[in-house]
Design a protein around this ligand. Sequence first.
Ligand SMILES: NC(=O)C1=CN([C@@H]2O[C@H](COP(=O)(O)OP(=O)(O)OC[C@H]3O[C@@H](n4cnc5c(N)ncnc54)[C@H](OP(=O)(O)O)[C@@H]3O)[C@@H](O)[C@H]2O)C=CC1
Ligand SMILES: O=C(O)[C@@H]1CCC=N1
Length: 277
Amino acid sequence: MTTQATQDPGATPAVAVLGGGVMGGTLVAALRQGGWPGDRVTVVDQDATKAAALADEHDVRTATLPDAVAAADVVLVAVKPDVVPAVLEQVAPVLRGGALVTSVAAGVPLRVYEDALPAGTPVVRVMPNTPALIGKGASAIAPGRAAEEGHLVLVERVLAATGLVERVAEKHLDAVTALSGSGPAYAFYVVDALAEAGVLLGLPRDLATRLAVATVEGAAAMVAQTGDHPAVLRERVSSPGGTTVAGVAALDAHAVRAGLVAAVRAAADRSRELGAG
Ligand SMILES: NC(=O)C1=CN([C@@H]2O[C@H](COP(=O)(O)OP(=O)(O)OC[C@H]3O[C@@H](n4cnc5c(N)ncnc54)[C@H](OP(=O)(O)O)[C@@H]3O)[C@@H](O)[C@H]2O)C=CC1
Ligand SMILES: O=C(O)[C@@H]1CCC=N1
C-alpha cells in the first residue's frame, strides 16, 4: 500500500473510489482483477483504517478525498445515497477539468451530480451488483448530459472484469436497481430456501446446499445458452401428472410469482424514494 495519489496523463486513467464499503471494495477488487495498475487506483473512506485495509488487500493507494479527487481521471462515488450531496460538495472544488464522475448510488439522479459539479462535468451512473466480485455481475450504465461515447467506453473499461455491462437510459435505472442491483439478494433467498427445504426432507445440509446451488446455476445458464423462454424450459421439466407440476402448483398456491413481482416493485419504489432525498 502507498499513501499518495499521483497524476500521470500518459498512463492508465487514475481512478479514485470514494467509499470503501461493500460496493467500493468490490469495484476496487474488480479493477485489480481486470489488470488495472494498483498505483492508478486510490481508495478513500471516512474511516482511514478501513481504506488502508482495502488498499493493503488489493495493493492500491489511499489518500484524503481532496488529494485522491485532484489526481483522478475517474471519480467513482460509492457512498450511501444520503451521503452523496456532502461528498459532491467536497469533490466539486478539487475536480480536474475533464475528469469523469461515476456513481453507483441507488436512486440519486444524474441532475444531483450535474447541479453540484462544475458545468459540463461528464457524469455516468452505474448500477452494479455484488457478483461483480467474482466476475459474474450485472451492471447497467446511464450517461448524463455531458457524457460522450468515450466516457461510456471508459466506464465499460473500469467495469471490464465485473461481468455483464448494459447501457440504458436513466429512466430505467430504478427498475434495473430493483431487478439486478438488489437481485442477488432474491437469488440468495431462493437458494437458501431450497437448501433448507432439502434439509427439512432429511438431506445433509452441505449436500442440500450443493444441489440447490448447482440447480439454480444450471437453470440460469440453460436460459442463457439455449435462448429458450424460461416458461418453455419449465414445461420440459414438467412431466404430465409428475412431481414438477405438483411443485409448481404449490408455488402458485403460495403466490411466489406475485411475491417476486412485488419485491421488484417495492425495491424500485424505494429507489425512487432514495432519489427524492
Ligand atoms: N451493496 C450492494 O449490493 C450495492 C450497493 N450499491 C450502492 O453502493 C453505494 C454503497 O453501498 P455499500 O457499499 O453497500 O455501502 P457501505 O456502507 O458498505 O459502504 C459505504 C462506505 O462509504 C463510507 N463513507 C461514508 N461517508 C463517507 C465520506 N464522506 N467519504 C468517504 N467514505 C464515506 C462508509 O463509511 P461508514 O461505514 O463509516 O459510514 C462506508 O465505508 C450505495 O449508494 C448503494 O446504493 C449499488 C449496487 C449494489
Ligand atoms: O440495497 C440497496 O439499496 C443497494 C442498491 C442495490 C443493492 N443494494
